[in-house]
Design a protein around this ligand. Structure first.
Ligand code: PEP
Ligand code: MN
Length: 308
């Protein structure tokens, strides 16, 4: 691809790892979970503690919501960011939250560990430049009408400002298909890995808009080689103020995390050339890393204890 100076795959094929408060995106599967919108303190903190217990690595939640209708819930703004800050203190999870306006980047950045650029703002070049200057980790969602080349050029805007900390997020595109909210383009996982050194995560919540499809598409994303997932979880989805059809319950998220651990152990087993087709249980444990101890002072990765 032309004009990609900083984002293009490196000649030595080295991939970037983005460090978010000790969570390394691009190294091992990272799960970002939480509500579509921050609604109340109780809703956000309960969700944060629940997703952390289930094994999530970061908390998501929108305080600024880019909504189709100007009359729909627009988010709590500063109040929402303060709630996220409390949820971070209670759960220990780093915060991922969207910024929609160049004027807000510096103060939203005081609460966010990762600034999310939403699909509708992917090509807002002044916003890209501003988050580039912030130096913070950026989650750059794919625009719903954008090609891979356009998307990677948007990442280039951020890197060109001296910020190498970009995580790409595929969240579905508009096609003629209307059964799903968007068409989740999982082919972007190998495509991004081929064209760029940046990590790519998948958002099956906005990608499908259908709660029941989140689990199969999450597992498919993992099999495709995604570096992580961003998943909407709510303590009471039917009463959510936004995206009620696509938020998982806590119980559904817990089930999904168990399956993701199993899928990850399976994928790791594929990496071993000499893996026997039918192995003894102790061989399986050894390959899945059971019994390994974490380095001193390091928390074990939530996926490190293999099959439940
Ligand atoms: C979101 O993740 O909160 C969101 C609004 O997603 P998108 O920008 O992908 O529509
Ligand atoms: Mn949403």
């Amino acid at each position: 691809m032309k004009n990609l100076k900083l984002v293009a795959a490196r000649p030595d094929c080295q991939r970037s790892v983005i460090n978010v408060q000790g969570v390394e995106v691009g190294k091992d599967l990272v799960v970002i979970a939480g509500p579509c919108s921050v609604e109340t303190e109780r809703q956000t903190i309960e969700t944060a503690i629940a997703v952390k217990r289930a094994g999530a690595n970061m908390l998501r939640g929108g305080a600024f919501k880019p909504r189709t209708s100007p009359y729909a819930f627009q988010g709590l703004g500063l109040k929402g960011l303060k709630i996220l800050d409390k949820a971070k203190k209670e759960s220990g999870l780093p915060i991922v939250t969207e910024v929609v306006d160049t004027r807000d980047v510096s103060w939203v950045g005081e609460y966010a560990d990762v600034l999310q650029i939403g699909a509708r703002n992917m090509q807002n070049f002044s916003l890209l430049r501003e988050v580039g200057k912030s130096g913070k980790p950026i989650l750059l969602k794919r625009g719903m009408y954008s090609t891979l080349e356009e998307w990677l050029n948007c990442a280039e805007y951020i890197l060109a400002e001296g910020n190498p900390n970009v995580i790409l997020c595929e969240r579905g595109i508009r096609t003629f298909e209307t059964y799903t909210r968007n068409t989740l383009d999982l082919s972007m996982v190998p495509a991004v890995h081929h064209e760029s050194h940046l990590p790519i995560i998948i958002d099956p919540s906005h990608g499908t808009g259908i709660r029941e499809m989140i689990e199969p598409m999450s597992l498919a994303a993992l099999m495709a080689g995604a570096d992580g997932l961003e998943i909407e979880v709510h303590i009471d989805p039917p009463n959510a103020l936004s995206d009620k059809e696509q938020q998982l319950t806590v119980a559904q998220f817990e089930d999904l995390m168990v399956k993701l651990r199993k899928a990850r152990a399976f994928i790791q087993s594929l990496g071993s050339d000499d893996a026997p087709i039918a192995s003894e249980p102790e061989d399986r444990d050894a390959r899945a890393g059971k019994g390994k101890t974490a380095r001193a002072g390091e928390e074990p990765h939530p996926f490190s204890d293999a099959v439940d």
